[in-house]
Design a protein around this ligand. Sequence first.
Ligand code: NDP
Ligand code: MG
Length: 395
Amino acid sequence: MRQPENEAPTRGIAVLGSTGSIGTQALDVIRDQKHALHVEVLSAHSNADLLVKQALEFKPNAVVIGDDSRWKEVHEALFDHGIKVYSGSEALEQVVETDGIDMVLTAMVGAAGLKPTLRAIEAGKHIALANKETLVVAGELVMGAARRRGVDLHPVDSEHSAIYQCLAGEFHNPIETIILTASGGPFRGRSLESLATVTKADALKHPNWDMGAKITIDSASLMNKGLEVIEAKWLFNLRPDQINVVVHPQSIVHSCVQFEDGSIKAQLGLPDMKLPIQYALTYPRRLPNTFPRFSFMDYPSLTFEAPDTETFRNLTLAFESLNRGGNAPAILNAANEVAVARFLTDDVAFLDLPRVVEHAMERVSHVNQPSLDDLIASDVEARRVAAEWRSVKSS
Ligand code: NDP
Ligand code: MG
């Protein structure tokens, strides 16, 4: 906490992945809530220009640029301002331990989020969790470390934030089931045949949310919902059969909890990530803001339908990995990261995405009680296998 003279202390935030979709929206929230929040650390992978601009505005203690080759220019731009500049993934893991940080927002993309998140938890920092891959890869280890260190994990993902909000005041009431809502993405209602020729430009057009490229492709393939099912299992300590997915194209009902008396609580709002970001950063307080408000008059019809898991097999594969347990979700995640990267470079087709994942799930050895090293080894092996996958047609 930093305490300006005659003012209440403000919460010190490390924004990991500050140049991304979640990161930039988090900085908008922090700018609007500067009486409650301040920035201690910013990090980016390679977008040095934006990182410098953000640092000059928010005056953090330190910034980290992942790409070593960009260190010099960031250092030169920030040296006179007394801002420390580090580079590389090891620096990111160390910087989250810094004293002034109260909460770490994990807004970087992919399994690269795991190690810094674990280090932050070990250092006793509360987590605002956007990086869902962290819990997909190592949910048991991460939740165990958080319990041991008395660290709170505040979900940023809108569905999990919704459930978290529904659970407020329900500490003694077990969950019967949860209902995760899914927009269905740009290809909702499409047949398998019609998806054979879709391009990355088609897949990058999400109907409701403006997000980074990886999660946008995951949304189109329903892998995003699969990853969220796994994330929900760990965050809320659920069995796979307690987790339901319902397609809700308007993205207004962000998710629901059903309790043991049959009552269902839902959280509603416009599809705007700033709300769950703010709730995670200022938890447990709900601070006033000027975000646009939802009106039922603008949405006379909220609709719900079952997901098409035959066309979008990724959701089934995610449930399967959860049922297998151990390192299976880590394999699913790593293979999916490679599949999405290959799709974004036109190396595989949209319908190949689940094929690549399934291929890795079949080939990488199962480990029932994986250590962190086992999970990292499974991630590496799954990436290798997924990179080697070739479609039958092209081989
Ligand atoms: P973006 O791609 O927009 O941003 C990713 C951020 O992470 C950038 O700051 C990027 O830096 C940085 N980054 C990229 N690779 C690495 C790496 N290897 N190590 C460290 N930092 C890295 O992603 P989003 O903001 O869309 O998503 C971030 C996370 O939040 C994902 O896990 C996603 O699933 C989750 N999420 C996102 C939502 C959204 O609405 N966007 C909603 C719910 C969850 P640089 O800019 O320099 O490349
Ligand atoms: Mg989500």
